[in-house]
Design a binder for this molecule. Structure first.
Ligand code: SF4
Length: 397
């Protein structure tokens, strides 16, 4: 049975609570759900029910298309002046022995390593340190673009921008303009965590506030540029904090239209100050993706980072609203592995990503950062591909 028929069955099912049916009807009519309905879905939405609603929206927007890109990360440092309680990545200045601080030259050497690789994006993000300032990042972006003009520079979050602009005594609008002129092309979604101060003050007290995070994205969008947004879920927040978070993003998106993708990030509890907080289950991960897809009606894409939630959960998520599983990575990021993710050396070849998507009957589409289609791998047969076959078992008489 297709998803449209499944949704119709839900709407007509007299045994379901009225609120379940009303929300399903809204989804069918492409109507926005309210804050209270979002909280209701978290409190009462069963996985199968949410899956039908989210899948309906996903397929209406993208059919079976599932996006990925070929990218690598550049992480200038894992030392940080901040002390976010959930962070497994940062080594405070006193733990400097466990940290790294790349020079400009070292970073450019990493970029040059990919000169003969068909990557389309460099994703730059790391800790916050005083020497990585406006001048440094401007010079870095300019040098990367000069070396390889077609490589898309997706870099830094409002956490870094707020810090470096404040230090340089420039406002957000002027700062983002400077970054654009230097070569910045889009912003990743990090640093959002949970916006609500009741939670943010406990887990990420000193870095930029929710309003500052949103203001920096707004300035960036005003320049005609695109960015992503994340939400760190599954720790001490309550369901209404998640909906509040999504609501703030939805409102800014109504205003600017500059966001491309919403990325729920699962809290992992290893090697950080919140290791006593249990992680949520895979079921909750899938419910969360589905509710995000239903709630964020004005976001085109919902992404699952396969490196953070595992390849198998990423496959499952494609039936719960997700249409993007991020990139090939080439083991260039430590952010997920240091937090205890299953993938300790995250890297997938294009063939592996494409096959992962095909195994669950979706279409693997390589995209660039701005979602222009580069290649549809649905019918591509890779040279060394092993065809599915039946194996004979020994017969015991
Ligand atoms: S989450 Fe980011 S800002 Fe916070 S401590 Fe870690 S690296 Fe620093």
């Amino acid at each position: 049975m297709d998803t449209t028929s499944k949704l119709a069955l839900i709407i007509d099912d007299p045994d379901l609570p009225k609120m379940h049916r009303d929300i399903a009807k809204k989804v069918q009519n492409q109507e926005r759900i309210s804050f209270d309905e979002g909280v209701y879905l978290y409190e009462h939405g069963e996985l199968a029910y949410l899956g039908v609603l989210a899948n309906y929206i996903r397929e209406a927007k993208h059919g079976d298309n599932t996006y990925f890109n070929r990218n690598f990360h550049l992480e200038p440092t894992n030392l940080c002046v901040y002390d976010c309680k959930f962070c497994s990545y940062s080594r405070l200045i006193k733990q400097k022995a466990e940290g790294w601080e790349l020079t400009m030259e070292e970073m450019l050497d990493i970029v040059k390593k990919y000169d003969n690789e068909p990557v389309t994006e460099v994703h730059i993000v790391g800790g916050v340190l005083p020497q990585y300032d406006v001048a440094f990042y401007s010079a870095l972006f300019t040098a990367i673009k000069k070396h390889r003009p077609e490589l898309h520079v997706k870099a830094l979050t409002p956490v870094e921008y707020h810090y470096i602009f404040k230090k340089a005594k420039i406002d957000y609008a002027s700062g983002m303009k400077l970054m654009k002129e230097a070569g910045l092309e889009s912003m990743p979604g990090g640093g959002a965590e949970i916006f609500h101060p009741e939670i943010r003050d406990q887990i990420a007290k000193d870095k930029c506030t929710a309003d500052q995070w949103l203001a920096i994205h707004e300035e960036w969008h005003k320049l005609g540029m695109r960015s992503n947004a994340t939400m760190l879920y599954g720790h001490i927040e309550r369901f209404e904090h998640r909906v509040d978070h999504m609501e703030r993003l939805r409102q800014l998106q109504d205003k600017t239209g500059g966001f491309q993708t919403f990325i729920p990030l699962k809290f992992r509890n290893q090697h950080n100050q919140m290791d006593h907080v249990p992680e949520v289950s895979v079921i909750e991960d899938l419910r969360n993706y589905a509710i995000a897809r239903i709630y964020m009606d004005n976001f085109d894409h919902i992404k699952a980072y396969w490196a953070m939630i595992s390849r198998q959960t990423a496959q499952l998520s494609l039936n719960f609203g997700v249409d993007d599983i991020d990139g090939t990575l080439d083991d260039t990021t430590k952010i997920y592995s240091m937090a205890g993710a299953e993938e300790q050396t995250p890297a997938m070849s294009t063939q592996e990503v494409a096959n992962l998507i095909k195994q669950v009957k979706r279409r693997p589409i390589e995209r660039d950062t701005l979602y222009n289609v580069i290649k549809d791998y649905t019918d591509v047969v890779f040279d060394d591909e092993v065809k599915p076959q039946y194996y004979k078992l020994p017969v015991v008489n």
